[in-house]
Design a protein around this ligand. Structure first.
Ligand SMILES: *[C@@H]1O[C@H](CO)[C@@H](O)[C@H](O)[C@H]1NC(C)=O
Ligand SMILES: *[C@@H]1O[C@H](CO)[C@@H](O)[C@H](O)[C@H]1NC(C)=O
Length: 528
């Protein structure tokens, strides 16, 4: 009797376990059209983890993961790499990324939109993507569309074609138009545009600037960018579909978005159940460093400085006089310097400086001897610095880098130095301040504790919500009803109109009564 009970329980458990497995393994279509290398840090980490957890992922990408041998659950659709730099250089009249430091934020928004339109159009032209579009029997083939939310919204049409729910990823964190897309009003009085070097505490003139840029972006999106995305969709799909959905309609169907940010890197702002902060999900426990790097950092008894300007900005493109300044300052320090330098050789390299054209950044920042990180202020570098509590010297060049550095300076774990202002004095002065004033370390460690303090790890959170959307078939209950409102309803302008009428009617009545009676008085006088 007892034995059969045990067997029954075991069987029940097995069945439950198996059905759990079956429920969890989903087929995910993941078109990632934007060929930005830094974006891959997040998107590839998510794809790898999904595959590791038993999902089948069809990854449309320009950067192959084939050599990682992710196993049979990983299916790759390799598309050619859209090279956006020639167009950007032509449109901005700049020849190197470094020169872009003086482009206005508005120009940069327009450049991103242009780049997004062309990379979307380019991706739809590829036979590999066409094969997915033309495929027969699309229904039931996939369970979820996972795409990036970075000026490639056209890709969401695959969710429409395959009739599957959509989860998107914002590799660049929160941005103004994301709020609108998810149905929220982000007040420009304290929610700053990500390209502006402001925090959430804005002065009056900063609020004017912020309102100006956000308004311009709203108009650019409404009257240029979104119609242009729609035109691309019509170009590629009007022969296939009776009614080609607009990008806005596609966006309104997005179930959830995974956002590359977390406290304290960004400030509180209006958000929703389906806007999920997962910043730092790419950070994994540090791996052992290659021996020469380990020895170099272990031997840095006075501490070490790590210098890298990310994947797009090349310090090897610095003009000779700037290189000279860097060599002079670095050479005069007691600290050792590890420099990501994209050429093989650099003359007159001081003994305490090591250059290499690629460096395992997060693992280096995890080394206790690293005291300062000289960075350009991209999202991922800042997240890694904060995670490991390393103070920053920020040399921002473009886009959100100015804002990221400004926020870090305001939080007390960074100093900023504009590229044009780099001189022996400014560079050495900033480095000395960061190295010898303990407040930067203290603030960096505090930020690190806040950043790590979460109910669920970043990657687990991302996986939870992807599974959630699949499990609840698009989870329509987490999509805001405000998306079905028109703009005057959302801003209550119709209610305001009624309120005005209610207030105005008695006032007008009163006014007419008064004028009537005052007109009557003089007539009386005349008669007399
Ligand atoms: C929105 O999602 C529903 C349910 O999955 C689907 O039937 C509809 O076609 C989608 N709309 C668009 C514009 O993709
Ligand atoms: C930089 O500052 C350090 C002190 O922090 C000093 O020893 C060094 O000589 C300075 N280097 C230059 C090039 O001024």
């Amino acid at each position: 009797m007892q034995q059969s009970m045990v067997i029954r329980w075991c069987l029940l458990f097995l069945v439950a376990f198996q059905s759990m497995e079956v429920n969890q393994a989903a087929r995910i279509l993941a078109p990632f059209f934007f060929p930005g290398k830094s974006h891959l840090i997040m998107t590839n980490a998510i794809v790898r983890e999904l595959v590791k957890r038993g999902h089948e992922v069809t990854f449309i990408t320009a950067f192959s993961l084939a050599k990682e041998n992710l196993g049979p659950n990983y299916k790759e659709v390799l598309i050619p790499q859209y090279d956006f730099w020639p167009r950007i250089k032509e449109k901005s009249k700049k020849t190197t990324v470094l020169e872009m430091a003086d482009l206005s934020s508005l120009t940069f928004i327009a450049l991103c939109q242009d780049m997004g339109l062309h990379s979307t159009d380019f991706a739809f032209q590829q036979p590999e993507v066409q094969a997915l579009i033309q495929a027969k029997n699309k229904l039931g083939k996939y369970d979820l569309l996972l795409a990036e939310e970075f000026y490639n919204e056209g890709a969401l049409i695959l969710g429409h074609l395959y009739q599957i729910p959509i989860v998107t990823i914002s590799t660049f964190g929160y941005t103004n138009y994301l709020s609108n897309m998810f149905g929220f009003v982000a007040p420009w009085s304290f929610v700053t545009h990500m390209y502006l070097p402001y925090t959430d505490r804005l002065s009056f003139s900063e609020r004017i600037h912020n309102t100006y840029l956000c308004t311009m972006e709203v108009f650019l999106r409404r009257f240029y960018y979104l119609p242009a995305q729609d035109a691309i969709l019509r170009k590629h799909f009007s022969h296939l579909l009776d009614e080609v959905p607009t990008v806005k309609q596609l966006n309104n169907n997005v179930s959830a978005i995974l956002i590359n940010n977390f406290m304290p890197l960004d400030a509180p702002r209006p958000t929703s159940f389906n806007m999920i902060p997962v910043g730092g999900l790419h950070i994994v426990p540090p791996k052992p460093l290659p021996k020469h790097l380990q020895d170099f950092l272990d031997g840095a008894t006075h501490g070490a400085i790590y210098f890298s300007l990310g994947s797009q900005v090349r310090s090897a493109e610095f003009p000779p006089e700037k290189i000279q300044i860097l060599l002079e300052v670095f050479g005069s320090l007691k600290q050792r310097v590890l420099w990501k330098f994209e050429a093989d050789k650099l003359d007159h390299l001081p003994d305490n400086v090591m250059i290499q054209n690629w460096l395992p950044q997060a693992d280096i920042l995890a080394h206790p001897n690293v005291k300062v990180f000289i960075a350009h202020g991209g999202q991922f570098g800042i997240q890694e610095a904060v995670y490991y509590g390393v103070p920053l010297l920020g040399i921002p060049i473009y886009a959100d880098q100015h804002g990221n550095i400004h926020k870090s300076v305001a939080k007390g774990y960074a100093l900023g130095l504009s590229y044009d202002a780099i001189s022996t004095d400014t560079l050495n002065g900033s480095l000395s301040e960061l190295l010898y004033n303990p407040k930067y370390q203290t603030n960096a460690k505090r930020a690190s504790r806040i950043y790590r303090d979460r109910p669920l790890g970043a990657m687990d959170t991302a996986m939870y919500w992807i599974d959630y959307v699949i499990e609840h078939r698009g989870a329509p209950h987490i999509i805001s009803a405000s998306l079905s409102l028109s703009w005057y309803q959302l801003y209550l302008l119709d209610v305001l109109a009624v309120a005005l009428v209610i207030i105005l009617i008695p006032l007008l009545g009163l006014y007419f009564l008064c004028t009537k009676s005052s007109r009557r008085t003089p007539t009386k006088v005349k008669r007399n």
